[in-house]
Design a binder for this molecule. Structure first.
Ligand SMILES: Cc1cc2nc3c(=O)[nH]c(=O)nc-3n(C[C@H](O)[C@H](O)[C@H](O)COP(=O)(O)OP(=O)(O)OC[C@H]3O[C@@H](n4cnc5c(N)ncnc54)[C@H](O)[C@@H]3O)c2cc1C
Length: 242
């Protein structure tokens, strides 16, 4: 039988790394679940002990349920300077880890390692008060909330693609004028349609640095659109969740 070829993105998507892969790279901390906050039927915020875990807003950690060898990456949703870590997690129907995580109770212990990743704001640009455009779909908003809450006064626009307006998670955390909600399945956001449609109708800001986070199809489409419209590759940063 001829095997269907997978793209690099697909290969990465299906090749979750084992716990031992990550433990070889970073120390593991055992952190208790302090709180579970349900935002929608499928999306929740897991609050964990922070202990001595330090990170830069935009980075992710790797989480494993003790006794399992099935690690998953999660971007950090909370800001740098609070005494806990929060993760914004969507329970995937038929998903392995996100469903098990949802069934855990406050007080359960999880193994975390990290931080990992380079999807962070450039310090030199922060000092210049540069404008940032953040484009997210679904839980892809997670690293942006951390960046925004860690850097008061940040000059940014956040464009968030969701299906329904009730998925605009913790929208009160963002200034109304900086937060654009694009709802694809109902009217009720600021724009009815996908983030790519919003960008195409509203154009690009040539003085902005773009950060894009979410599913690979959206990230690739937005990146292509920005490049076609003159945004230099060094001013486009991406993080792909799946
Ligand atoms: C750097 C990085 C950061 C990430 N940060 C987050 C985060 O902050 N919050 C979060 O919920 N997930 C995040 N993910 C995805 C996460 O690692 C898991 O893939 C996800 O929780 C599904 O795991 P699972 O074991 O339940 O499902 P699996 O059994 O691993 O996968 C089931 C299917 O669900 C798809 N899938 C994965 N994530 C999603 C999603 N969000 N929406 C729809 N389909 C999806 C997978 O492609 C796969 O086809 C991140 C991934 C990466 C690589």
């Amino acid at each position: 039988m001829k095997l269907k070829q997978r793209s690099v993105v697909q290969t990465l998507k299906f090749h979750h790394k084992s716990k031992s892969y990550y433990t070889r790279m970073k120390k593991i901390s055992h952190c208790k679940i302090l709180d579970i906050r349900n935002l929608t039927e499928s999306t929740y915020v897991l609050r964990l002990e922070k202990k001595d875990f330090e990170f830069k807003a935009g980075q992710y950690l790797v989480l494993n349920i003790p006794g399992e060898n099935n690690a998953r990456e999660y971007s950090i949703y909370s800001p740098e300077n609070v005494p806990y870590i929060e993760l914004l997690i969507k329970k995937i129907t038929d998903g392995d880890v996100s469903v098990k995580l949802k069934s855990l109770k406050i007080g359960a212990t999880l193994e975390i390692s990290g931080p990992f990743g380079f999807f962070v704001l450039r310090d030199d640009k922060l000092n210049e008060n540069t404008h940032f455009t953040f484009v997210a779909t679904g839980t892809g908003v997670s690293p942006f909330r951390s960046m925004i809450l860690s850097n008061p006064g940040l000059n940014f626009d956040l464009i968030h693609g969701i299906k329904y307006s009730h998925e605009a998670f913790d929208s009160a955390d963002y200034p109304v004028n900086s937060y654009t909600v694009c709802t694809s399945q109902e009217k009720g956001g600021n724009y009815n349609g996908r983030v790519t449609g919003y960008l195409k109708e509203n154009g690009v800001r040539s003085d902005s640095i773009y950060y894009i986070c979410g599913n690979s199809a959206m990230v690739n489409e937005v990146t292509g659109f920005l490049e076609q419209n003159g945004i230099e590759p060094q001013n486009i940063r991406t993080e792909i969740f799946f």
